[in-house]
Design a protein around this ligand. Structure first.
Ligand code: HEC
Length: 106
């Protein structure tokens, strides 16, 4: 539902530690892409984007994604986000398709 929107904004806060949407090269949501987040404390979390929407989310709270190692991966390869001290779990807040590109599959 609502692919591309910032799932962590106040109108739509489900208690996700991180969430966003993965797109294919034609701009459609793409399922079955793994999103991996490794925090600076060494904890690793991984989720897959969902069928039809490309949305992904990890339920929880209190994860600090500042400086985390963030990657997307599928059978064709892997893409890594440049380490960013401002990164957070609200992936689509930055990857909104205008300020920064959408999260694209590898
Ligand atoms: C504070 C803003 C911000 C947040 C929050 C953020 N990103 Fe990014 N991300 C960027 C910037 C800036 C880049 C580099 C420009 C680009 O390629 O989009 C980037 C790049 C990436 C890339 C590499 C893109 C490529 O084509 O090589 C991936 C993958 C990515 N981010 C995934 C995520 C995921 C998943 C999340 C949420 C867990 C997230 N990002 C949250 C700002 C952010």
């Amino acid at each position: 539902m609502n692919p591309g929107l910032n799932c962590l904004s106040s109108c739509h806060n489900h208690g996700f530690a991180f969430a966003g949407t993965v797109y294919d090269s034609s701009g459609k949501g793409l399922d079955s892409v793994e999103v991996g987040v490794k925090l600076t404390n060494g904890q690793f979390y991984s989720v897959f984007s969902g069928i039809a929407t490309g949305n992904f989310f990890y339920e929880g709270s209190g994860l600090n994604l500042a400086g985390a190692d963030i990657r997307v991966r599928d059978a064709s390869g892997e893409k890594q986000m440049p380490v960013n001290s401002k990164s957070s779990g609200a992936c689509n807040s930055c990857h909104d398709g205008s300020t920064n590109p959408r999260i694209a599959a590898p």
